[in-house]
Design a protein around this ligand. Structure first.
Ligand code: TEU
Ligand code: CA
Length: 552
């Protein structure tokens, strides 16, 4: 793959994260290099040529800090070290250096809401009520009945409070009991965590994706959350209460502005926030005068029904909700969500790729989606995610399985049985097989990425809705005198797209649309027939407006 590797652009200033594409790596599942069945940092480094070949601009690594792995790394016991499972700090430095050599940026996951219960801070905090670190976490006396101090529920089901019998108080944990929440109202916590950011920024990381950033501040009085009248049985238990007081408090904006200020001490670093909130609250995380997250992660594509009208409305509402100067972003999948191919099917996954990579805003691509990984079946004895044990059916293992690189044993991921099973179709669904197939979903991704790089209209251009007609959504992207039109068929039936040019044309000038890319492969250079383009079921077209003279 090396001979083919094209270095990604190294864009000046903030343009790298605006025009660029982020690729999420779940390090446990990318590449194992030491035969323990778990991916590691050397493995990520070994696969950087692939990422450069694919054409992405930045790699976001899910947590690689020291951790007892109760929540697979989202329970950190040392923010300034690498877990031995993943390697060493030297391996990390090598990864950053090798990435930068290929003009790839490295974004770290930052997990500030909670630590592991094994973090020395928590060990100290729980040692006694008057320990200086006690207030670094959220401790309360039992309620009047001896039970938890309030009605808050853990995101993984069950109570969000655990009693520490030795000191007779409960501590709060929004996730597992092994993940006690830090008290961000304590200035010492803030200082310590800001220093963690500097530790990694000094090592050259290009930014952070901040875990559950909207959770950092909780209601000062820890009031009960109201019951959710719309709760439907079968949903995760957390949804039975409205998270009115346990998250999304106004004071969190100050914390985020502080993080942002730390990044501003450095050059062109990016702050991404993980936020699961409705649109109108999500956009608040850009902060007053854009002092917040550069990119509050937009998960709306994951949460919106896969139909043209719903998606059209979503795009319109999101564009309208953005604050002046706020840069949009789009996410189709991550390590917490069913894979896009599992959700919409293999055929629509290709349309989804066109959507993700032609919308206005920074796209985040989840590893494996580019080869069309779907829902990998996990036999009961191989379940790893603790959420599956608490609330069966909610587990996130099916979207965390190993990357598939080549035919043969363990699909090139490892030399031993991996920590999670491989897709049964790994022999055909892998990078080596798909990269040379002109019609493969991998080829489609690579072409789309190249197209986005080639055409400023796609990477930084304006967005304009054109039409929603039945299953077909059409929009336009424009930059300078370049106009690109995208037509996506979210249905399975054949149809036609109108190829009229609805723009004023100078006298005598003739212009027309021409196909740049079809999600089905081929068709490049095709012109409309009788004023229309045929659009097959599950097909998406990217068209460019060309002057008649240039049409040959
Ligand atoms: O996820 C936060 C989170 O809220 C998710 O659990 C979300 O609620 C769920 O996927 C349903 O939409 C982050 C991490 O991404 C996740 O892996 C961690 O388990 C969690 O925080 C705790 O750190
Ligand atoms: Ca390993």
């Amino acid at each position: 793959m090396t001979e083919d590797a094209k270095p990604a652009r190294l864009l000046a200033g903030e343009l790298w994260w605006k025009a660029g594409i982020v690729y999420q790596v779940y390090p446990r599942s990318f590449q194992d290099t030491n035969g323990d069945g778990v991916g590691d940092l050397k493995g990520v480094t070994a696969r950087l040529d692939y990422l450069a070949w694919l054409g992405v601009d930045a790699v976001w690594l899910s947590p690689v800090y020291r951790s007892p792995m109760a929540d697979y790394g989202y329970d950190v016991s040392d923010y300034c070290d690498i877990d031995p499972l993943f390697g060493t700090l030297a391996d990390f430095d090598a990864l950053v250096a090798e990435a930068h050599r290929r003009r790839l940026r490295v974004i770290m996951d930052f997990v500030p809401n909670h630590t592991s219960q094994d973090h020395p801070w928590f060990r100290e905090a729980r040692a006694s009520r008057d320990n200086p670190k006690r207030d670094w976490y959220i401790w309360r006396d039992p309620g009047p009945d001896g039970g938890p101090p309030n009605n808050w529920i853990s995101n993984f089901g069950g109570p969000a409070w655990t009693l520490d019998p030795a000191t007779g108080q409960y501590y709060y944990h929004a996730f597992l009991r092994e993940q006690p929440d830090l008290n961000w109202r304590n200035p010492q916590v803030r200082t310590a965590m800001m220093d963690v950011l500097r530790f990694w920024l000094d090592r050259g990381v290009d930014g952070f994706r901040v875990d559950v950033i909207w959770h950092l501040m909780k209601d000062e009085g820890l009031r009960d959350n109201p019951v959710n009248p719309d709760y439907v049985a079968g949903e995760p238990e957390i949804n039975s209460l409205v998270q009115l007081h346990s998250a999304d408090q106004p004071e969190v904006m100050q914390v985020i502005a502080e993080m942002r200020a730390v990044l501003e001490e450095y050059d062109a670093r990016v702050l991404i926030g993980e936020i699961y909130l409705p649109l109108e609250r999500l956009v608040a995380y850009y902060g007053v005068d854009l002092s917040g997250a550069h990119l509050p992660f937009n998960f709306q594509l994951i949460q919106t029904p896969w139909h043209a009208p719903a998606l059209a409305r979503l795009i319109e509402e999101y564009e309208a909700a953005l604050p002046e100067g706020g840069w949009p972003n789009w996410v189709l999948g991550n390590h917490d969500q069913p894979r896009i191919a599992a959700r919409v099917g293999d055929a629509q996954a290709r349309v989804a790729a066109v959507l993700l990579l032609t919308l206005r805003g920074t796209p985040t691509l989840y590893y494996g989606d580019e080869i069309g990984l779907g829902r990998v079946p996990i036999p009961p004895e191989r379940v790893r995610d603790p959420w599956e044990h608490n609330e069966p059916g909610r587990g996130r293992d099916p979207e965390r399985t190993p990357m598939q690189w080549q035919p043969g044993p363990q699909a090139g991921f490892s030399t031993v049985e991996p920590w999670l099973p491989l897709d049964p179709q790994a022999q055909t669904c892998n990078v080596e097989v798909l990269r040379d197939e002109p019609g493969s979903i991998l080829t489609l991704h690579r072409r789309l990425i190249a197209l986005r790089r080639e055409h400023a209209a796609l990477s930084v251009g304006d967005y304009r809705p054109v039409s929603v007609d039945g299953d077909v959504l059409v929009y336009e992207r424009r930059h300078a005198d370049e106009t690109i039109r995208v037509a996506l068929n979210f249905g399975h039936g054949d149809c036609k797209v109108d190829a009229d040019i609805a723009v004023a044309q100078p006298e005598g000038a003739r212009e027309g649309w021409e196909v740049l890319l079809s999600s089905a492969g081929g068709r490049r250079g095709e012109r409309p027939l009788d004023g229309h383009f045929a659009l097959a079921g599950d097909e998406a077209l990217v068209l460019i407006r060309r002057a008649a003279a240039a049409q040959g």
